[in-house]
Design a protein around this ligand. Structure first.
Ligand SMILES: *Cc1c(COP(=O)(O)O)cnc(C)c1O
Length: 230
């Protein structure tokens, strides 16, 4: 069942790439496995997907411990500073850096572990009250400050677009994030790459790809609806 979902999502990604004149290799599919059991991930692993997204440090750690070590774990959820130490060495990319204080904590823990942590700056492009993320206006300032941290490497930007039934509603936000990344790239800040754009979820990943996403985070479309009671 999950295998069929992956095939369907893969087809949609390919079609969106074709429409946008992009190559499939430019887009990484991250299977968002939060709340889902290890057995589901094992099933999806058989399709060859190696990138998985989690939004809780404890859950990511638990799954990391029991699943194959070639999995690339992505931390996509809001991150508390006191949890950073449990993530270092387990995640390839933290998508949700939205404050200098958090980045400094990552710097501290990454330095201790003698490693460099790759991060994205989370931007609340739509300005939704309920969402984390820096504003478009403050993003450059945050990027400059984080760039000074030696053990934190900015790879690009991430956004969570508003929940909507009509993915076209979110096109302007994806365009805005893309434009912001072009603006920041043009400043040529040391220790900053703007190669990655993490945007698009089950409801809107095709539009996000058309607007330049390099990473899409698909949960429900692969694993089915989440049940938060269990
Ligand atoms: C849960 C989650 C997703 C996946 O959402 P779906 O709509 O199920 O695809 C993507 N990104 C973030 C940050 C999430 O928390």
């Amino acid at each position: 069942m999950l295998t069929e979902n992956v095939i369907e999502v893969e087809k949609n990604i390919q079609d969106a790439c074709d429409r946008a004149g992009r190559s499939r290799e430019e887009v990484r599919l991250i299977a968002v496995s939060k709340t889902k059991p290890v057995s589901d991930i094992e099933e999806v692993l058989t399709t060859g997907i190696l990138d998985y997204g989690e939004n809780k440090v404890q859950e990511l750690s638990d799954k990391y411990d029991v699943l194959p070590k070639n999995i690339r774990w992505h931390m996509i959820g809001h991150l508390q500073r006191n949890k950073v130490k449990y993530l270092i060495g387990k995640t390839v990319l933290i998508h949700s850096v939205d404050s200098l204080r958090l980045a400094e904590q990552i710097e501290h823990e990454a330095a201790k572990a003698d490693t460099i942590m790759n991060v994205l700056i989370e931007v609340n492009v739509a300005g939704e009250e309920s969402k984390f993320g820096t504003t478009c206006n403050e993003a450059i300032e945050l990027v400059r400050a984080v760039a000074a941290l030696k053990h934190v490497k900015i790879k690009g930007l991430m956004t969570i677009a508003p929940f909507t039934d009509n993915p076209e509603d979110n096109r302007i936000y994806f365009k805005k994030l893309k434009q912001l990344s072009v603006d920041i790239k043009s400043k040529n800040i040391d220790n900053v790459d703007m190669d990655e754009l993490s945007m698009g979820m089950t409801g809107d990943y095709e539009v996000a790809i058309e607007e330049g996403a390099t990473m899409v985070r698909v949960g429900t479309g692969i694993f089915g609806e989440r049940n938060y009671q269990i």
